[in-house]
Design a protein around this ligand. Sequence first.
Ligand code: AGP
Length: 364
Amino acid sequence: ESYDMGGHDTYMHKEIHEQVDAVDRVLRGRIDDRFSTVHLGGLNLDARAARGVRRVKILGCGSAYHTGLIGAQLIEELARIPADAEPASEFRYRNPVVDPDTLYIAVSQSGETYDTLAAVQELKRKGARVLGVVNVVGSAIARETDGGVYVHAGPEVCVVSTKCFTNTAVAFALLALHLGRIRDLSVADGKRIIAGLRKLPEQIAEVLRGEEEIKALAAEYANAKSMMFVGRVRGYPVAREASLKLKEVSYVHAEAYPASELKHGPLALIEPEVPTVAVLPDDDLLEKNRATLEEIKARSGRILAVAHRKQEKADHTIVVPRNEVELDPILMGIPLQLLAYHTALALGRDIDKPRNLAKSVTVE
Ligand code: AGP
C-alpha cells in the first residue's frame, strides 16, 4: 500500500476500502492449523509465562483505547483471563498498583502517542511486563515494550483511524486465540475462531458493497441535533468507536452508552431530532437489546440498527454478515465508518484533516 490516493477522493475513503487487504495481511503467515492456534513471532512470551498471567490490562488513547475494549473482551472470552482496558492518559496520572502477575498491553497506531508511551515507561520502571499492539514498525512504543504484535495495517494517513482500528481488533483476536490455546480454549473452539478469522476479508468486502445504502442513510441522519450510540457488551465498544468517529470527522455531536444504561439517565435526551444507532449482534443479548429499541421508540426516537437481520422496531437496519459471536464486533464497526464518512461528506467537512486534531498526539 502506498500514499497514492488510488482514485479515491480522500484518504479516509481509500483506507476504509483497504481493509479487505489489510485484514488479510494481519492474518497472513500467522495461522497454525495443525494446533488450531496462531504464531506471533514477536511476542516474547513463552507458554509458561503466558500461563502465569493472572490479569491483562490494556492501555491506549482514543480509537486505540476502543480497540483495547474489544481486545479485553476477546481475551476474557477466549483465554478466560480477567482483562480490562483503560485510557493510557488516565492510567499514567493515577499512581496505579502495578502487579507482577498482570500482563500490560499498550496499543497504538502510531506508536508515538505520548500518554501511552509515558504509561509504558512508568510500567517498565516498576518492573512490569509490557507488550505492544502497534502499527508503525520501530516506533517508540514498539521499541520500549518487551515484545508484541504488529498490526500490519499499512500507512494510515487520515487523522481518523479506520483500517488500523479494524486490524488492531483482529490482532487482539489473534493474541486472545494464542493465549486461549495455551490455556483452556479447546481445539474445536480454536478451529471455529480460525475459520471465522479467515472469513473476515470477504465479509468486509460484502459490507463495503453496501456503501450506497449507507450513503443514503447518512443523508437522512446528517442533520441530527445529536446522535446516541448504544450497544451491550460486545456491541458497546463498537458504539463507542462509532460515536468518536462521527464526532471527529463530521462534528455532529454524539454520545455512546451501554444500552443498559439508557434508563439511568440518557433516555431523557431521546426525541425525534436525536436518533439512536443501535449495535445489535445476534448473540444471547439480542432480546435485551430489542427491549431497548422499544424503550427508544416509546419516546419517539428514530433508530438505525446495525444487526445480522432486519430489526422490526428500527426505522432502518444495516444488515452485516454473521461471523462467530466473538468476532462480530470487528465487522459491525465497518458500516459505521462509512456512516461517519458519508455524514462528513454530506456536511462538506475536511475529511482527512478534521479541525483541532492531529494524527498522533506526541506531546503531553
Ligand atoms: C483516531 O480516530 C483518533 N484520531 C485518535 O483517537 C487516536 O486513535 C489516538 O490519538 C491514539 O493514537 P495512536 O493509536 O497513534 O496511539
